[in-house]
Design a protein around this ligand. Structure first.
Ligand SMILES: [Fe+2]
Length: 377
């Protein structure tokens, strides 16, 4: 068992004010390339960073499911401007795009050439990850999930060298987050914790992070969703939960929920957190026959007192369904996906690199059945 966590973590409310010190004195970096998205540009945050750092170029066109086309454009930009550092400022899409582009900055070819594990020969350019949502965990993991535009398939690019050099995690950056994004990214974090705890590669170390993340996210997400600007403690707990869940799944894995969410993201551009929230209870029901004891541990962490493991698991599933409803997560039927496409979605889910990690073996028919159950609600 190996537990990786090489990203130096700077965590705390107001930590963003130390970005200049972190870049100059901790990372010893000069000119940087800033990767962000248009939504964040409107908040004025990238401008503040521009005023503090030597930013050679800004790329602010990362989409909600980052594509190979976008990553290849950023890679070309990085090769041209030759920065010391890539800074990813945004949600999971921005961080994944920045991570993947840091591989292209020092290696030839297109990002499609690096699908899979450790395909690059030169170490990627150092990266600083600054998450502005409470779900991704990407700031402390080694992978990036990128939609291959040609295949409309979410591929994974992974390497132990792809960990950000540093992660600057400031819960105050959540204060301006729209409520729907608090909901979807918070439930993504919860899914990371639950899947990390139940997936096959889980171990005693990842378990500790996953249990604590489950407790933190379920204990804070409703207050944060209600008013994230006002509830300082809730946004801190949520950000801790998101980061700890990143430690957990980054060293364990995710499972069938993410396989489905990534298939939908690749084919229909469905927001990642929304898809996870929709499928989480249905995949938990599917896994119940092999994971009841593990779900009981998670239920206990979430404050559910129940001795019988099947009962505890059912109560945890009910709790997640009720939280999703309170957070206005749409139902699967609201996404308008044609049932005729279920076989294709199921096939992409089976091909996902995390499918073998799901605690119960899931084949094409199993995924079609889960999709049917989710459609029926
Ligand atoms: Fe996720």
């Amino acid at each position: 068992m190996i537990f990786h966590q090489p990203a130096k973590l700077f965590f705390g409310s107001g930590e963003i004010r130390n970005i200049q010190d972190i870049v100059r004195n901790e990372l010893r970096a000069g000119p940087s390339l800033l990767i962000t998205d248009k939504g964040l540009t409107q908040t004025g945050l990238p401008e503040k960073i521009l005023a503090e750092l030597e930013i050679r170029e800004v790329f602010d066109s990362v989409e909600q499911n980052p594509t190979s086309l976008t990553v290849n454009r950023i890679g070309a930009l990085a090769r041209r401007v030759k920065p010391d550092l890539i800074i990813g400022l945004g949600g999971g899409s921005v961080l994944d795009a920045a991570k993947a582009a840091s591989v292209l900055a020092t290696n030839p070819g297109l990002i499609e050439d690096y699908e899979g594990s450790a395909k690059q020969s030169a170490p990627p350019l150092p990266m600083l990850a600054v998450p502005t949502t409470c779900g991704t965990g990407s700031e402390v993991t080694r992978g990036a999930v990128i939609t291959d535009t040609r295949r409309r398939f979410k591929m994974s690019v992974k390497s132990a060298q792809m960990y950000p050099r540093a992660a600057l995690v400031d819960p105050d950056l959540l204060a301006t987050l729209p409520r729907s994004v608090v909901a979807s990214t918070g439930l993504d974090a919860l899914t990371h914790a639950i899947e990390a705890y139940t997936s096959r590669p889980a171990n005693l170390i990842t378990d500790q992070f996953a249990l604590q993340a489950t407790k933190l996210v379920l204990g804070s997400i409703e207050a944060a969703h209600q008013d994230v600007a006002r509830h300082k403690e809730a946004r801190e707990a949520l950000m801790y939960g998101s980061t700890l869940a990143g430690f957990a799944f980054g060293n364990s894995d995710v499972g069938a929920v993410h396989c489905l969410a990534e298939s939908l993201g690749g084919l229909y551009d469905t927001p990642h957190g929304v898809a996870n929230a929709i499928f989480l209870p249905f995949v938990m029901k599917f896994n119940l026959r092999v994971s009841a004891e593990r779900y009981k541990d998670l239920a206990t962490a979430a404050g559910i007192r129940e001795e019988n493991s099947l009962e505890a698991a059912s109560k945890l599933i009910e709790r997640i369904v009720s939280v999703s409803r309170d957070l206005n997560i749409p139902g699967f039927s609201d996404l308008g996906i044609d049932r005729g496409q279920f076989a294709r979605i199921a096939e992409a889910s089976v091909q996902n690199g995390s499918n073998p990690s799901n605690p119960r073996q899931a084949g094409i028919q199993d995924y079609v059945d889960i999709l049917d159950e989710a459609l029926a609600g």
